[in-house]
Structures are given as structure tokens and as C-alpha cells.
Design a protein around this ligand. Sequence first.
Ligand code: GDG
Length: 480
Amino acid sequence: MSKMAARGNVLDKTSKPASAGVAARIVIVSNRVPAPHEKGATAGGLAVALADAATPGSIWFGWSGKRGHETSETAEQTESDGVTYATIDIGERDYSRFYNGFANGALWPLFHFRAGLIMFNRTDYESYRAVNKAFAKALLPLLKPDDLIWIHDYQLMTMATELRALGVTNRIGFFMHIPFVPPALLEVLPPAAQLLEGLSACDVVGFQTERDRLAFLDCIKEFLNIIASRDGRYNFANHSVHAVLTPIGIDADKFTRLARRAEMTGDAKRLNESLEDRALVLGVDRLDYSKGLPQRFDAFGRLLYAYPQHLRQVNFLQIAARSRQEVGSYQSLRRELDRRAGDINGEFSDFDWVPLRYMTHAVKRNAIAGFYRRARVGLVTPLRDGMNLVAKEYVAAQDSDDPGVLVLSRFAGAADELTEALIVNPFDPDEVAEAIHQALTMELPERQARHAALLTKVRHTTARRFCEMFLDHLKEPAPP
Ligand code: GDG
């Protein structure tokens, strides 16, 4: 690590770091770069939020989504709306080891507090390091001295180490979209210290919640023996690191408009007709074990059992877009959901009414917006979640005159802000069932009051504000 400081900037040894007021170019780095035509079409929170950060003049660098023979170290570039999209292909073996193996088979379960699901092996970790290095090498020739480099998420935790080793002295930021864990959990992972060093090679490290930020600083103390100042600053390898809180959000006004328009479209009308005048309880998630779907299905079953007045009066629609299907734990989750959905429908269906509708293919974004608006209850009950943008989208999509009610897990980052939702512990299906019942029977004035308070918050912490907050920290000149 000390090598990096000694080598200086191979790009321009005379350059100074970008400072506030200078219009530096933003270089966004994320594992997956959506092709320009894909923007907003795919399921996944990161792509949705960063679509707003990719302003004209910026570069968005990362994986093309294509698999080649080997991982390439030269980027292909295309331009759209003033944004340069620079992408590399990942080799078939790295896809299996770096992406499915270490990133999604070890880091994802670890950072979602699921130590029992971690599948660690050294070959996968070596591939993770190699891909992070290939990202750094491919990015290097594209960099200008004043560029602000903004790396995203758990797939790229050691990329800054590699950039520094290549002599890059630009300001580098890292934002963690998923939760951070306390030291007692992080120590399960053999290369824990190297990952923390990777983040500490950055100038700014951002988190979704204060709990995550403090967990990170606890880990820095435990593993690197460094005590940060009260505002989260510490020194590492001759430079200053700042751990900051910058919660992510959505473009709420745009989403409200989308939902209003979507109400009139074919998909929303079809859903509406199929529901007749029944209430809709809606879940929208990637099919992922962090989202608490089996527990949510159980909770819906308990609702029908404990409050039979809702039989035939309600439908639960769960959209669970398939993701990471090559990873074993995702395949077993799918089988588990198939089974539970069958159990519930077998138990409670009538010849002309089926309570639970569950689909595993993605739905168009505007259709989702229309579905949110039709839903009396938005069910967002992850077991752990960095933020959860679905909760914010649901709030933004409501008709303020007759809004639905958000039922939200206390373990979603969004629960820190959205306190007027019905906050539940997703591990307790009875508590979730009670909350769904409360939501279905809530009087209009209470629904309106809760929604107004939530909407004010969702309109305040937008995607744009998230980007501005983070980039303001990143533009801060390094202390002397
Ligand atoms: C990670 C963190 C953090 C879902 N199904 C479909 C679809 N979606 C869209 C939703 C929403 C996005 O995907 C999901 O975002 P989340 O934030 O809920 O969850 P993750 O994908 O796990 O995102 C998370 C986020 O990063 C940002 O920092 O909040 O905690 O885990 O926008 O609407 N979109 C379409 N079809 C679907 O079927 N088009």
C-alpha cells in the first residue's frame, strides 16, 4: 500500500487534486454499465440511481455485461447524450469466480448478515483481485489529471488499491450500496483486512446509513488498528480518508409523473380489471434472499388465516425479477418460493379467486409505476437492505388524495428516514400480518397524513441530492 504514495501520478506529476468550484470531470465506475438503451429497463437499484449521476461530459466505466474468452484490459467506448460509456468484457472463468463466486457467493451474503450462506475459496478471491486490477488498467488511459473517480459497490472494493499502485493520485470516492457489517461478522472473511485497505485507498467512502458508517469505522479500528476522528476522518498510507453518510434516493417528482401517466396504460388497466374492486398488496423486488420473500409469503398466509374478512377482498401480487440464477442459493430460493406460493394458494383459493400472484420475470418500469399507484399496500420487508428504492418509488407513485400505505422493514436503510411507514420486523410474520391488516383498514385521514410526511422526505433525499452530497465531499481538497 505504501508503494502507491511513493510512485506519484503517472498521468501528470504536476497536477493538483480537483477542488471545490473546479468543474472536474466525473468518472463513474460500477461493475455493470447499462447500455444507453437499457437505462431504466433493468431491475436493480444502482443502475436506477446512477442514471441521474451520468450527466453530459461524464464517463461511465465498467463491465459491458458480455462474457469473452478472457477479461479484457482495453475499454470500448460509445457516446450517448454526452456521456461516454466505456466498457470491458469479463472472461468466462472470471464471471464464474469473481462475479458468481466471490462477489455474489461471499461478499453479498456476508454484507447482508448471512454468514451461513458464504461460499469462500481462494481461487474466487484471486479472480476478484485480478478483475479489480483489470478494471484499473483499462481505466488508466482514459483518465485526466483532475478527474474525480467515483467507484460503486461491493464488486470493486480493491480497485482503488490497484489504481494507486498504477500511480493514480486523482481523488477517488467509493460508495457502498449495500449494508456494512460489524467486526464480529467481517472477521469471518479471510481477506477482510485487504478489503478495508482497498476502501482506505480512497479519499471518501460513503454509506447509506449511520449504522453502516459506524460499523465500517469499528472495522477500521479492529482490523487496521486506526481510530477515526468523531466526524469519520482517519489517515491511511499517508493520506486522509473520510467516511461519510450519503443516503441514496430517487427522482421523486419524475416518478410521480411516470406513475400518473402509467395509470392510463394498457398494463395498469389490465391489472385493474383483473382485480375488480379488490385491494392490491404489492411487492416488487429482485428475486434475492436478502428481500425476505419466503417470510413475506408466510405473513400474507397469516393475514388470511388471522383476519378472514380479507378473504376474496384482497390480492397479493409479488413481482420477483430473477437475478443471479447461476448462484446455488438463488436457485434454492426460487424453489422455496414456488412451494410456499403453492401452499398458500392451495390453502386459501376459491374456484374464482386466487389470493397470491407471483411472477419471476421483470416488468417494464412504467408498468411498475402504475402498479404501485394502484396498490393499497406496498410491502417492502427485506431482512437486510442497504437502502431499498422500491420503498421510495412506492411513496412517490401514490395519489396524494387517496394514498396507499407503506409497510417497511426496520432492516432496510430506508427505515431510518421513512418513519411514518408501518415499520415491522420481517422475521415476525404475525407482526407483518398485523401491519398489512392495519394498512388495509386504515382510514383516509391517517393514510393522507402519513403519506404527506413520507413524500416530503422522499422529495428531499433525491438521487440528484445524493450525487451532489457525495461529490461535494469528493471535491474537498485534500488536507495539507
Ligand atoms: C441495491 C441495494 C439500494 C425491481 N423489479 C423490477 C424493477 N425493479 C427496480 C425497482 C428499483 C430497483 O429495481 C431495485 O432497487 P432496490 O434499491 O430496491 O434494490 P437492489 O437492486 O438490491 O439495489 C439497495 C440500491 O442498490 C441503491 O443503492 O437501495 O439496498 O441492495 O428501482 O423499481 N425494474 C423493472 N422491472 C422489474 O421487474 N423495470
